[in-house]
Design a protein around this ligand. Structure first.
Ligand code: ATP
Length: 306
């Protein structure tokens, strides 16, 4: 793919323990295994966009602690074209403590955002040169909102398309929908954005229309194994999910958004880009780990199945 994607977002260290069942209050139990790895929607989406073939510039903020070196080492060896890591003097690197129950695959997560919520307006302003040479800015809601808002305003002033993955949902987003070119809520976020409870494709259509009534231009509602619903240019299109032997669906949204941004930066239409992103995400759910993304050639092979 040709095209450059600038991604602003969170970097977290994910500490995962696989347990037979979740511990109860006051209880200690032995985990079956554990891992420590990179996470955060921004970092995962940067990984996805890069694997999908885009030139990626990733901007994040970490602490001044052992995990900041981990962040740097991960990004330096990730294949991501370039990155800028700011460091907070006071807050630690963001982290997520995750239990995964081996009985049913359910998870239980506590996230501490730390440095991710401390981006200053100067740090955002210094994204200008990288943003100016990008086709797309991709953002989520894991940073302090004023920073995300400033980045979106900067992108628009520079004529760069803005893709917003409104996760985790925050009502802040309602005040700035007009700055967004493509908004990509999942069903939960789309319900919160629209006030319409999504139970099927019909209610998803109603939710998309309500989101447009709130000022959105192009909407993609992702619906897990039920695929994605696009609303663009007053028309709906449903993109079915590609069949997958789902192993670990955490990070499906990150895979989808990163790949979508890469395809939009390449100049693809929204329907083409969402199909590419669906193929990419279906391969990602077959891999364990939220930041474990497939390679471009695998996506091309899967696309050929449709
Ligand atoms: P998560 O929060 O688990 O990372 P999400 O809720 O943000 O994910 P989803 O809507 O679950 O995002 O998934 C995004 C896209 O990934 C879907 O639109 C679909 O294309 C693809 N996808 C998700 N789950 C599956 C699956 N089981 N099989 C095939 N494709 C899937």
């Amino acid at each position: 793919l040709r095209g450059k994607v600038c991604i602003l977002g969170a970097f977290n260290v994910d500490i995962v323990a696989w347990v037979h069942r979740f511990p109860r209050g006051g209880e200690s139990l032995l985990a079956q295994r554990s891992s420590l790895g990179p996470g955060g929607k921004g970092a995962n989406q940067a990984m996805a966009a890069s694997k999908a073939g885009a030139q990626v510039h990733f901007v994040a903020k970490v602490g001044k602690d052992q995990f900041s070196q981990f962040a740097f080492d991960h990004l330096a060896s990730s294949g991501i074209h370039s990155f800028r890591l700011y460091q907070s003097e006071r807050e630690p690197t963001g982290n997520a403590l995750i239990y995964v129950s081996q009985d049913d695959g359910e998870n239980m997560i506590a996230i501490y955002s730390g440095a991710n919520k401390t981006l200053s307006s100067d740090e955002i302003a210094s994204m200008s040169p990288e943003l100016a040479s990008s086709n797309v800015l991709l953002v989520q809601l894991e940073n302090n909102f004023d920073a995300t808002l400033n980045a979106m305003k900067l992108a628009r002033a520079l004529g760069v398309q803005v893709i917003m993955n409104p996760a985790p949902f925050s009502p802040d987003i309602l005040g700035c929908i007009d700055l967004i070119d493509i908004i990509t809520p999942n069903e939960t976020e789309a319900s919160l954005l629209s006030g319409v409870e999504i139970t099927d494709l019909e209610s998803a259509r109603a939710a998309a229309l309500a989101i447009v009534a709130r000022g959105a231009r192009r909407v993609i509602i992702t619906m897990g194994s039920h695929g994605a619903l696009i609303y663009d240019n007053q028309q709906f299109q449903h993109i079915p999910a590609f069949p997958a032997l789902s192993v670990d669906t955490t990070g499906a949204g990150d895979a989808f958004n990163g790949a979508l941004a890469a395809a939009i930066a390449d100049g693809q239409t929204l329907a083409q880009a969402a199909t590419f992103a669906s193929a990419f995400a279906s391969l990602a759910v077959e891999r364990e780990g939220a930041s474990n993304m497939p390679a471009y050639q695998q996506v091309i092979s899967r696309l050929a199945l449709r």
